[in-house]
Design a protein around this ligand. Structure first.
Ligand SMILES: CC(C)(COP(=O)(O)OP(=O)(O)OC[C@H]1O[C@@H](n2cnc3c(N)ncnc32)[C@H](O)[C@@H]1OP(=O)(O)O)[C@@H](O)C(=O)NCCC(=O)NCCS
Length: 218
């Protein structure tokens, strides 16, 4: 029988001037092909107002072929400080603790700030895919049906260091190591075929330490 998914307590996810505050967890919904998700506010440290949102979805690369593992948005007037990129970096330990060894981010080809965000965190372009017409992102009104997929390899993180305060998050995350580890085949044009890159992550909880599911809503 499949092991039930366990949400982990993410600990303090803090950077110099902002933090990620867990606002809800959302259980998987197999009827919608939704995987479990953590949703965080991006907030200036100690403030209650969200300056943005960031989400981490736990599932296989195949299941997250179109939405990706991480999604983000920053309110317009707070943009320009790389909060999305830094927020992604803060989430990597949590992703790793869920047995993810790489995360994928998918970006509308016209979304330059988001492409830059992927590049800033060291993610590499993998392929461009077309959202199928029967996918909920298409039905939900995705303006552009193409998505560029970026892959970020996660470096090994010792178990005793996972889910710790993440002030030094950037240190476990070396661009040069990433470059040497990655061996991606770039696919320059849109492809609707399933790709072998979809098969790498299981996205299971490796260490079901601490359960904290705040919400079961969609
Ligand atoms: C994507 C988003 C979250 C990035 O916000 P952010 O973290 O504040 O990012 P920044 O504004 O700091 O931009 C990141 C980088 O892109 C660069 N950039 C932004 N707009 C750019 C443009 N039009 N042309 C070239 N570079 C651009 C910035 O200069 C920055 O690089 P730098 O720090 O080296 O100068 C934000 O634009 C957003 O919320 N967009 C709407 C929601 C969205 O598109 N989400 C992503 C879905 S895939």
């Amino acid at each position: 029988m499949k092991t039930p998914f366990t949400f982990l307590r993410p600990g303090k996810l803090v950077d110099i001037d902002f933090e990620l505050v867990l606002t809800r967890t959302v259980e998987a919904d197999p009827t919608k092909h939704h995987v479990p998700m953590y949703e965080f506010d991006i907030r200036h440290t100690g403030q209650l107002v969200a300056i943005g949102k960031i989400r981490l979805r736990i599932g296989s690369a195949r299941a997250l072929r179109y939405p990706g593992h991480i999604g983000y948005e920053v309110r317009q007037r707070f943009r320009g400080h790389r909060y999305a990129a830094k927020g992604c970096q803060l989430l990597l330990r949590l992703a790793y603790a869920h047995s993810l060894r790489a995360v994928w981010l998918t970006v509308d080809p016209a979304n330059i700030p988001s492409h830059k965000t992927c590049q800033i965190i060291g993610a590499k372009y993998g392929e461009t895919v077309r959202i199928p017409h029967d996918h909920e992102m298409y039905r939900g009104g995705a303006r552009c049906t193409l998505r560029r997929r970026y892959r970020l390899q996660l470096r090994e993180m010792p178990p005793d260091q996972t889910l710790q305060p993440t002030a030094q998050t950037a240190s476990f995350f070396s661009m040069s190591t990433l470059a040497s580890v990655l061996a991606l085949r770039a696919i320059p044009h849109a492809s609707s075929d399933r790709h072998h890159l979809d098969d790498e992550n299981t996205g299971q909880a490796a260490t079901p330490l601490r359960l904290r599911s705040r919400s079961t809503g969609a």
